[in-house]
Design a protein around this ligand. Sequence first.
Ligand code: GLN
Length: 456
Amino acid sequence: YLNRLRQTEPQIRSFLHVSEEEAAMREAEDIDRKIEQNEELGPLAGVPIAVKDNICTADMPSTGGSRILEGYRPAVDATAVRRLRECGGIVIGKTNLDEFGMGSTTEASGFQVTANPWDVSRVPGGSSGGSAAAVSAGQCVVSLGSDTGGSVRQPASFCGVVGMKPTYGRVSRFGLMAYASSLDVIGCFGSSVMDTAILLGAISGHDRLDSTSSKHEVPNYASELASADLLESKPLSGLKVGIICETLGDGVDAGVISSIRAAASHFEELGSIVTEVSLPSFSLGLPAYYILASSESSSNLSRYDGIRYGNQVAADELNSLYKDSRAKGFGPEVKMRILMGTYALSAGYYDAYYKRAQQVRTLVQKGFKEALGENDILISPAAPSAAYKIGEKTNDPLAMYAGDIMTVNVNLAGLPALVLPCGFVEGGSAGLPVGLQMIGGAFDEAKLLKVGHIFE
Ligand code: GLN
């Protein structure tokens, strides 16, 4: 994998840091020794894993894609990283992202732009573009990302890999750099649903270091998948699948719509009952998300003050130290989000923006509850288009934000969703992948993964 990484990295640029070869090899040799001595091996023994750079690793830099944290080395591993290491996983490096997770293309990284392995003139999606591209290019087996408004699912769709956004609280956020704390979750990428399920199983579960992590029991996802009878002619017999009609209308590429319709027919062939469902508040989710996410981020990012964290700019008094460190350390997208967030939270505007966005959030949650009362899972595209060209939307932030329409509602409701490749549209030399999003009820990860495994 390190060889493959070295060969492909000049074109793809998914990594901000690659593990020292000696360190990775030492960990691999330790697994060899365990095999020789017949010691018990964890479910990820020897598996090369890439980790998004907003997730803390004690032995490697962790920048969150921001110049303000250039050179920062955390004191401890994030809980998710600690757990995957305990399962034998080898962290081979840290992947590129939009600064602190704010973006949809990985172009807003403070360091470099990552390319889509399907067509290097296109974006890999974001903000976890580096982690998605790394799996897609065969630079690692599985990877960790984070998903605040779609940052695992949309890059999975753009890069043709599997992406899992778990229920809010399923995976500890300890050691994940906070963007919008009520929406953030750590998620997983893999090239198959089984790989993704094994990784999710390794990192899930309650953690006393994150008070929002859930005590809900963690099923053995991998063995649930293994129990699926793939030879049965109608393995999804009776499964009720609701196709969200608001996601197949204006603004969605025709090729994406036909891939999703083909996926719906495939569900029927497998025995499912597919019906259209309506989520009337669907389109309100996007503006509500951007208000809530910016508001929370404006508060969360106040910790980068040049004193507690981050690079310090020399100044002769305290206020200019704060100001200059932040002015120099943050990129333009992050500054825009902080401005939008502080504006939305300011005294005269709170009721008009933040409060209304919270009301929309409640409506979105109710809408999902009803739709999931009548259906086992809901399906939609993961994004309104396939991967677009690098630079195509950088001067039009609203067009870029609009691309998150399919994913943000799921975060507002805290639900789990699985994205897997379901078709291709024209583009590049080999076509471009389209991702299907499957949404389940809270803590329905096992069901989503099993359905995804059968579907795939
Ligand atoms: N594109 C969305 C944003 O910029 C989602 C990002 C994410 O999930 N981290 O906020």
